[in-house]
Design a protein around this ligand. Structure first.
Ligand code: S3P
Length: 439
């Protein structure tokens, strides 16, 4: 088992053609919708990361039959009209916020009792943002401070609500929509800024009618319940949030030139690509095609001389998971990159705003935080520090990519969480020529 890791400047440019694993957001949703649907859903390209394996276990506990047929190839026999049943034991989500929040939404539509648990990181994250609208619909939870562990003690026979989430969050939107599936009437969600729409897209693939109307900067999403989902085939494309680490590595290491195949290009996830283009990156998307209800492309990335830019807060929803790696990229750019509106980063797998500042400062990068704004000025990266990752996969991978551009190696205390979202990280990095030592 890997615990710590160390990265250093590669001697040669990074080269090669690689494929990132399946998208994490879509993989969770495919298992959950498959477990709700009538019939057998066949999923290919499923991410086999720890977060997804926890969701697979969770839906099994609610009575779905989940089978691994081959590499990334899974089937889910859903409960359909029988509905989810009360799990015998507590449902453990490990590190997976998306799994936990979406399943809580789906399960609240059934008259069942459930206990939920998670690891130390997940147990410190706010669940009230999902529990509050579900309570408004009529579900009852027993919690201490709206954190895990918690229990659903009443669900089912919910009332449809009109809800405007206070945070831009696809997880909250999805939890409410999934609860709405088993609720009589029209559940309406007004999101003030657009977030990733995989739940809406996939619900449609499972035969549900989802209303979507633009409103101001955001949209109103509706679902008229009750809805019976029909099993389907889901092909999960490559994860753009995982591709981000390979892209960053190629941008940072002189002479690099790589291709990443099969990356999902959903607008709700493309913020980093847009910002990198503004920074002057050579990042081209070729061979656009449709697969699994999403647009995908192959990304061609070359080492580039970048310039600092201002990233406004309206970008956050489309790149919320990409700020730590953008901050690493910014450390090599000419001038200062200013990233605004990063409050949500404080409640991810770790406090990513504080963690990014610490990671960069400890390795000699000029960075500062002012309120919810992070500024990073590019220049020489001394490296040499050991970064604490606080059970956070994206902090771990960001620090290791930083080491590829640092004078002295960068170490991390714990690399085990990388397996939650990107189990092939070390292999793919090695394949393009970045050999990262683990111990
Ligand atoms: C996700 C939504 C985002 C993101 C997370 C995955 C999803 O969280 O950070 O990694 O799959 O819906 P929020 O919705 O809380 O911003």
């Amino acid at each position: 088992m890997i615990s710590s890791a160390k990265s250093k400047r590669p001697e040669k440019p990074l080269k090669g053609r690689v494929r990132t694993p399946g998208d994490k957001s879509m993989s969770h949703r495919a298992l959950i919708l498959g477990a709700l649907a009538e019939g057998i859903t066949e999923i290919t390209g499923l991410l086999e990361g720890d977060d997804i394996l926890h969701t697979a276990e969770a839906v099994r506990a609610f009575g779905a039959e989940v089978k691994r047929v081959g590499n990334g190839h899974w089937t889910v026999t859903g409960r359909g009209a029988r509905g989810w049943r009360s799990p015998k034991d507590p449902v453990d989500f490990g590190n997976a916020g998306t799994g936990a929040r979406l399943v809580m939404g789906a399960a609240s539509g059934f008259n069942i009792k459930v206990s939920y648990t998670g690891d130390a990181s997940l147990s410190s994250r706010p669940m009230g943002r999902v529990l509050n609208p579900l309570r408004e619909m009529g579900a009852i939870f027993e919690t201490k401070n709206d954190r895990l562990p918690l229990k659903q003690i009443y669900g089912g026979k919910l009332s449809a609500i009109h809800y405007t989430p206070p945070h831009a969050s696809a997880q909250v939107k999805s939890a409410v929509l999934l609860a709405g599936l088993n609720t009589q009437g029209i559940t309406e969600l007004h999101e003030l800024s657009l977030t990733r729409d995989h739940t809406e897209n996939m619900l449609q693939a499972f035969g549900a009618k989802v209303g979507r109307k633009p409103k101001d900067e955001g949209q109103v999403v509706t679902i008229a319940g009750p809805v019976s989902l029909k099993a389907t085939k889901i092909k999960v494309p490559g994860d753009p949030s995982s591709a981000a680490f390979l892209i960053a590595a190629a941008l940072l290491v002189p002479g690099s030139d790589i291709i990443i195949e099969n990356v999902m290009m959903n607008n709700g996830r493309a913020g980093l690509f847009e910002v990198l283009n503004e920074m002057g990156a050579f990042l081209r998307a070729d061979n656009y095609r449709r697969s699994g209800g999403e647009t995908i492309a192959d990304l061609h990335v070359k080492h580039s001389r970048l310039r600092g830019v201002i990233v406004m807060s309206n970008r956050v929803p489309s790149m919320v998971d990409e700020y730590p790696i953008l901050a690493v990229i910014a450390a090599t750019a000419r001038g200062t990159t200013v990233m605004r509106g990063l409050g949500e980063l404080r409640v991810k797998e770790s406090d990513r705003l504080a963690g990014t500042l610490k990671m960069l400062s400890a390795n000699g990068v000029d960075a500062k935080i002012d309120g919810d704004t992070l500024s990073v000025t590019g220049g020489r990266i001394a490296g040499g520090a050991k970064v604490k990752t606080h059970h956070d996969h994206r902090m771990a991978m960001s620090a290791l990519v930083l080491g590829l551009a640092s004078e002295k190696p960068v170490r991390i205390d714990d690399a085990s969480m990388i397996a939650t979202s990107f189990p092939q990280f070390f292999d793919l990095m090695a394949e393009i020529g970045a050999h990262i030592e683990t111990s």
